[in-house]
Design a protein around this ligand. Structure first.
Ligand code: SF4
Ligand code: FES
Length: 249
């Protein structure tokens, strides 16, 4: 397969950036999108041009690193897949593909397609944990019964991989879907109750400090989320936040 690629090139956070156009051929339809960029980079290196910088790690849909906008959609045209799980057979031979970094004030571009998503780490540091005894004398997991629907909903929330597609897709660059998933995975379980009020207050405060926008319930985040995180989590976080605001000193 052959493709024309319009790729965002930016030397650093202060650089204005620009689109560059490249041709790639000898792309197999079995290649992942990242493997196709590997082919492009081999070609660029051969021509003495700087390869395109992009983030990746696991290449199997679990680390959340491969953040990029493909033809105007976070993680490209597929649903429920990350960029590394997107295959070139989803495109037609001869297509022109536009590739850009995730764009949000809180995600500054480091270089080309790589953005700094450490704002998410700071939201987690503000409260996305439980203080549990890990000394080895843990209670048996079955000693605390949990209703199956709650266990399932907590597990679903915990599948968020922190990729940032929700932020990049949202017209307000809101991080509510991400933050609410991280709040919900604890809010639904007894182990999460100890720090529940502080957790939601501190995580929302950090989210606002990082410069993410407000949620206006468009639901675009849910559509583009590769892990199918539901906006029901946002409603749950809002309830948790209201309750914590009324009961905390
Ligand atoms: S909620 Fe979905 S889109 Fe947002 S960071 Fe988590 S996995 Fe990515
Ligand atoms: S590289 Fe890990 S999710 Fe894509």
């Amino acid at each position: 397969m052959k493709f024309t690629l319009n790729v965002w090139r930016q030397n650093g956070p202060q650089d204005k950036g620009r689109m560059e156009t490249y041709q790639v051929d000898q792309v197999s339809d079995d290649m992942s999108f990242l493997e196709m960029i590997d082919v492009l980079n081999e070609q660029l290196i051969g021509q003495g041009i700087d390869p395109v910088v992009f983030d990746h790690d696991c290449r199997e849909g679990i680390c959340g690193m491969c953040s990029m906008f493909i033809n105007g959609e976070a993680h490209g045209p597929g649903r429920g897949v990350t960029t590394c799980q997107l295959h070139m057979r989803e495109f037609s031979d001869g297509d022109t593909i536009t590739i850009e970094p995730f764009r949000a004030k809180a995600f500054p571009v480091i270089k080309d397609l790589m953005v700094d998503r450490s704002a998410f780490d700071r939201i987690i540091q503000a409260g996305g944990y439980v203080s549990v005894n890990t000394s080895g004398n843990l209670p048996d997991a079955n000693a605390t019964p949990i209703e199956k629907p709650d266990a399932d909903a907590a597990f679903d929330a915990a599948t968020c991989i922190g990729c940032g597609a929700c932020v990049a897709t949202c017209k307000n660059a809101s991080a509510m879907l991400f933050t609410s998933a991280k709040v919900s995975q604890f809010a639904l379980l007894p182990q999460g109750q100890v720090e529940a009020a502080d957790r939601v207050l501190n995580m929302v405060k950090q989210m606002d400090l990082e410069g993410f926008g407000n949620c206006t319930n468009t639901g675009a985040c849910e559509v583009e989320c590769p892990k199918g995180i539901s906006i029901e989590n946002i409603a749950r976080m809002n309830r948790e936040y209201l309750s914590a605001s009324l009961t905390s000193k």
